[in-house]
Design a protein around this ligand. Structure first.
Ligand SMILES: Cc1cc2nc3c(=O)[nH]c(=O)nc-3n(C[C@H](O)[C@H](O)[C@H](O)COP(=O)(O)OP(=O)(O)OC[C@H]3O[C@@H](n4cnc5c(N)ncnc54)[C@H](O)[C@@H]3O)c2cc1C
Length: 396
């Protein structure tokens, strides 16, 4: 038995990606005793594969509330982050290819303005002046001024280390094999007990909580050699809204980010039903062709590395944050799809508020796993011998 095994924690978090690490810190800051268990490295998983774009989204009021609140928390955190976290706020430039997309830019501009988010509509000429490497025929764009970028694995590690400095126990290199009934079992036989368990296993969350509506959505990214100034903002096509948010079809979209090193991250792709991490040549080719369509000179850039990662997708495009209906000891913090870097801090804040009984900064209801009840019934989720005795076993 390890030293940690002898202890009982207020909160045990499975998964040390950016969501689990943020939850560990928020709980430790709230004065709770915390254990964080990570199978590989802290900040690996989707967190190491992601683009690090901290972006306010307007798909729904609930998505807006979570992304905006989290963006504000990122702003507050930014001065305490190490330089290696590469936090900066170049803004997102949503690029309109035609008049229809320009109308969408105008709608987005008004919608954000009504909610206090600063943005600026750009004519074709203004767009070209801000980003000279974009093809000149584009219709215009929208600059969302406070959007930021960050290097996610460094932040996840930093948040976990801050939690450790406040007394949290970090268990790294061990897999959680069971997470229910107030107990986590690890792959070396260690058993850890906690008043509250948190499943923050990202796209692997169903492995410990079978039956939850989380599916893997594969993505590719490419990174180039150093070309300082080639692009200056996070550039995203407004057509992204049509392609990336389809909940079924494979898609690529123009989504490019300048890094502090002068390198350029080129994304992005979305695929269901492909759980293999290998690079898919046809998706990669389509993704790079899309980038060249918007940035013709990108065809001469040297790509150094390409990788894939898995987003944790839910059917309604909102994460699962809150108590799991079929186990009174279990909370979920997963299903963040392509916005988990952005929304990690607000996710952690919501959970910590719930654990301490304090007032949440935003209404938690839209993200509660209970919205998928009765699909999440006790019998479907937990093997019979793990159902806590004191539990109402009706379908929830
Ligand atoms: C290509 C791509 C681009 C993206 N770009 C962006 C972006 O620009 N902005 C944005 O906001 N989001 C982006 N995302 C999404 C974002 O990366 C994820 O939503 C986020 O990283 C999810 O964090 P997480 O902590 O929930 O999951 P993960 O980072 O996957 O962490 C889960 C952790 O659990 C560990 N684990 C798994 N099973 C076990 C087990 N049994 N026991 C112990 N540990 C286990 C894993 O090793 C992993 O470290 C992108 C994703 C991809 C794939």
């Amino acid at each position: 038995m390890t030293e940690a095994a002898a202890q009982r924690f207020d909160v045990l978090i499975a998964g040390g990606g950016i969501v689990g690490s943020a939850c560990a810190l928020a709980c430790a800051q709230a004065g709770l005793s915390v254990a964080l268990v990570e199978r590989d490295l802290l900040g690996s998983g989707a967190t190491a594969a992601g683009m690090g774009h901290i972006v306010v989204m307007d798909d729904s009021e609930a998505q807006f509330a979570l992304t905006r609140r989290s963006q504000q928390l990122w702003q507050a955190l930014s001065s305490a982050l190490p330089a290696a976290a590469e936090y900066e706020a170049p803004g997102t430039l949503w690029v309109a290819a035609d008049e229809e997309e320009l109308a969408e830019a105008a709608r987005k501009h008004s919608w954000l303005a009504e909610r206090g988010v600063p943005s600026r509509l750009l004519s074709s000429r203004e767009l070209g002046a801000l980003e000279p490497n974009l093809r000149p025929e584009l219709a215009g764009g929208l600059l969302v001024i406070e959007d930021a970028v960050v290097y996610p694995p460094v932040v996840a590690l930093n948040l976990a280390r801050q939690a450790q400095a406040l007394g949290a126990t970090l268990v790294v290199g061990r897999s959680v094999t069971h997470l229910a009934g107030g107990e986590a079992a690890l792959d070396d036989g260690t058993r850890l007990r906690a008043t509250r368990l948190v499943n923050a296993l990202g796209a692997d969350a169903p492995q410990c909580t079978p039956g939850i509506p989380v599916k893997k959505r594969k993505g590719h990214l490419a990174i180039t050699d150093r070309y300082p100034g080639f692009v200056r903002h996070q550039l995203v096509e407004l057509g992204y809204l049509k392609s990336a948010h389809s909940v079924s079809a494979d898609s690529v979209a123009f989504n490019v980010q300048p890094r502090q090193t002068g390198q350029i991250l080129i994304g992005s792709s979305r695929q269901y039903g492909n759980g293999k991490p290998a690079v898919d040549q046809s998706m990669l080719t389509a993704m790079l062709a899309r980038a060249t369509l918007y940035l013709p000179a990108a065809s001469s850039l040297s790509v150094l590395r390409v990788w894939t990662g898995f987003r944790a997708a839910t059917p309604d495009k909102l994460p699962l944050i809150g108590p799991f209906p079929a186990d009174p000891t279990l909370w979920l913090a997963t299903g963040h799809e392509g916005l988990g870097i952005t929304t990690a801090l607000a996710t952690a804040e919501l959970l910590a508020a719930e654990f301490t009984g304090s007032l949440p900064a935003i209404p938690p209801e839209p993200y509660l796993p209970a919205r998928f009840a009765p699909a999440l019934s006790v019998e479907k989720i937990l093997p019979e011998n793990t159902i806590p005795e004191n539990m109402n076993q009706e379908k929830l």
